[in-house]
Design a protein around this ligand. Structure first.
Ligand SMILES: [Zn+2]
Length: 123
């Protein structure tokens, strides 16, 4: 598996040009397309998928040259750098436990308890 990501090796990808004469600072994120090699991206070109159970995640971007969607693992450091540059993120749950499921579970527990007390009361 190829794993290229300049973030690993380089100190911040961030090419944050200091504001000059009112121009907005632009953050350039350098990454690598498996077909095209080095590509330069804006934070809005990337999306982070975060797993709340871990401090790492995955980031993805569409290569500006070939449009192929690339996905790369992001460790905690990469995640924090990407978040700091304003990359949008979404939370992906791997444990599949949702609040609804917890509520349903609690509800089911309650029913069980009632059921048991029902039995014990009839005996
Ligand atoms: Zn490409």
């Amino acid at each position: 598996m190829d794993f290229f990501f300049s973030l690993e090796a380089l100190p911040p990808i961030t090419d944050t040009t200091e504001t000059v004469c009112g121009e907005e600072a632009m953050t350039t994120i350098k990454s690598t397309c498996s077909r095209c090699g080095d590509v330069k991206l804006q934070p809005s070109d990337l999306a982070l998928e975060l797993d709340p159970a871990e401090d790492s995640g995955t980031y993805r971007f569409a290569c500006p040259t070939c449009q192929q969607v690339q996905r790369r693992p992001a460790n905690a450091r990469v995640v924090s750098v990407l978040l700091a540059t304003g990359v949008p993120y979404e939370v992906v749950r791997s444990d599949q436990i949702t609040e609804t499921e917890i509520a349903q579970f609690a509800e089911a527990l309650g029913k069980d308890v009632d059921f048991i007390s029902l039995i014990t009361s009839t005996t």
